[in-house]
Write a protein that binds this ligand. Sequence first.
Ligand code: FES
Length: 223
Amino acid sequence: MSKHADASEGVGRTILTANDGPDTPEEISRRTFMATATMTVSGIIGLVLAVPIVGSLIPSGSSGGGSWSPLTADELKSLQTATAKPVKLSFTLKYTDGYLPTQQADEYVWGIKVDQAKFEAARPDIYATPGGNVGYPAVNLGFVIFSPICPHLGCRFDWNTGQNKFLCPCHGSQYNFDGAHLAGPAPRGLDPLPFREQSGVAQVTWIEYKTTVPQRIIISYQA
Ligand code: FES
């Protein structure tokens, strides 16, 4: 117990500060209770805040559970009638930003028509666990939808019909029809996005993966 003598008055009085107090068993017990209660309340608040943040980063897979952006009937038709050429699919992306109301933006993805067994053989990186596995079916209804974002540093790549490859204009990364990495500094192949059909409407979900690393690490997920 610390005490401070009031020397100015010279009467030997002591003044107790806020931190001073008797070290009786009751006082020690009270302090222990307060410390435990504070830690418990802090833990509960942290848990309440953490659950929605973690939940927002978990892909819901093809079974749904979030909001999906629909493709138009024309876009779906162009995908269904595609042959050996990827199809650029434009759509309106619905997204949320913090606590703002849902917003919209014009976006596009790349769709390819595949034989599932051949695609899985061509893209083992998508099915590698841990690190590559996206946690939802990369192939759905015989199609794969690729994010348009280059896994190197995030530029937009394009399909080059003459070379039969996806080419990124920024640093020269190249990917084949299946999105496998062929050349350039990109650390992995193209990233597939969730795709499904509901009541005749094809829908995609926008996920942004971390660039520059071989693993697929979600940095934002619009569901
Ligand atoms: S951003 Fe595509 S190669 Fe660098």
